[in-house]
Design a protein around this ligand. Structure first.
Ligand code: UTP
Length: 290
């Protein structure tokens, strides 16, 4: 089976980033010269995905507009002979086929994914969270799709975190396999109480899921924080069919968190063709004063 579709949930309230996110979706906050969500859609495209399904909510139309064709802007740029800029915008609106579905209430990530069930249908699919960035030459999603080609089962992306931070994540307990960076999942716990976790493998915002996950999501009752947690359905899915955890290559930034967002701006800024060198020089000057 080949994975063609990617679900990108962007319907969350973004409370960690208030007041910036009162009227602007956190996925539209700028990292260097483009919104966070564009990096994520570009990761899906460069990994070979053919269709993106946004799970949106009220107040998030800027995300869909960003990937749409803007006739008036296009005409204005043509009149002003700003050809390169015009082409850049055209490229964004032609990036990939996009469909949106609405999550009417922010009932959690599990519920957001469940909302996309009719558009996904009966095939495995990729999930990329709208505020989770991973920098690596080979995209994180591509690495996971390569593993899927071999195992044809659900996969969660994981990274090692300090034990004292495990309570902030969905945690995976598993057994390492011969294939590098790959583990067979035995157990998953959503945000374990501090000091109780037996593993430091934290789930981050990339998943490959078999369509059976929708049955489990449909049956899942609200868990931690009154939300329909994806982890609960994943645990049921892993018990039924098996599941893999993959320690991806790359650095992950949580752009939905203020500090994570600042770190992401610096990382992308320092990699930028023309801005990287002057930014580095400026940082050197700044840190010399510390
Ligand atoms: P977060 O855990 O970052 O939640 O969601 P949030 O509500 O957006 O942000 P905070 O915690 O209040 O600051 C991870 C991803 O899942 C989406 C979010 O938009 C984000 O991309 N999400 C979350 C939904 O689509 N629906 C939900 O009900 C919750």
């Amino acid at each position: 089976m080949k994975i063609r579709k990617a679900v990108i949930p962007v319907a969350g309230l973004g409370t960690r980033f208030l007041p910036a996110t009162k009227a602007i979706p956190k996925e539209m906050l700028t990292i260097v010269d483009r919104p966070t969500i564009q990096y994520i859609v570009e990761e899906a495209v460069s990994s070979g995905i053919e269709q993106v399904i946004f799970v949106t909510s009220q107040g998030k139309s800027a995300i869909e507009n960003h990937f749409d064709y803007n006739f008036e802007l296009d005409m204005a740029l043509k009149e002003k002979k700003k050809v390169t800029l015009g082409r850049e915008l055209e490229k964004i609106s032609n990036l990939i086929d996009i469909i949106s579905v609405r999550q009417k209430k922010p009932l959690g990530l599990g519920h957001a994914i469940w909302t996309a069930r009719h558009v996904v249908g009966n095939e495995p699919f990729l999930v990329l969270l709208g505020d989770d960035l991973v920098i690596n030459d080979q995209p994180c999603a591509r690495q996971m799709l390569d593993l899927f080609d071999e195992v044809q089962e659900s996969i969660v992306a994981v990274q090692r975190v300090p034990m004292e931070e495990t309570f902030q994540y969905g945690i995976v307990e598993g057994e390492p396999l011969e294939r590098a960076r790959t583990h067979k999942v035995h157990r998953m716990i959503e945000k374990p109480a501090p000091g109780t976790s037996r593993s430091d493998m934290a789930i981050i915002g990339r998943y490959i899921l078999m369509p059976e996950v929708f049955e489990f999501l449909g049956r899942t009752t609200p868990g931690h924080g009154g939300e329909i947690q994806l982890t609960d359905a994943l645990l049921a899915l892993s018990n039924q069919r098996g599941m893999y955890a993959y320690e991806f290559e790359g650095t992950r930034y949580d752009a939905g968190d203020k500090l994570g967002y600042l770190k992401a701006i610096l990382a992308y800024g320092l990699r930028h063709d023309t801005l990287g060198a002057p930014l580095k020089a400026h940082l050197k000057k700044l840190t010399a004063k510390l």
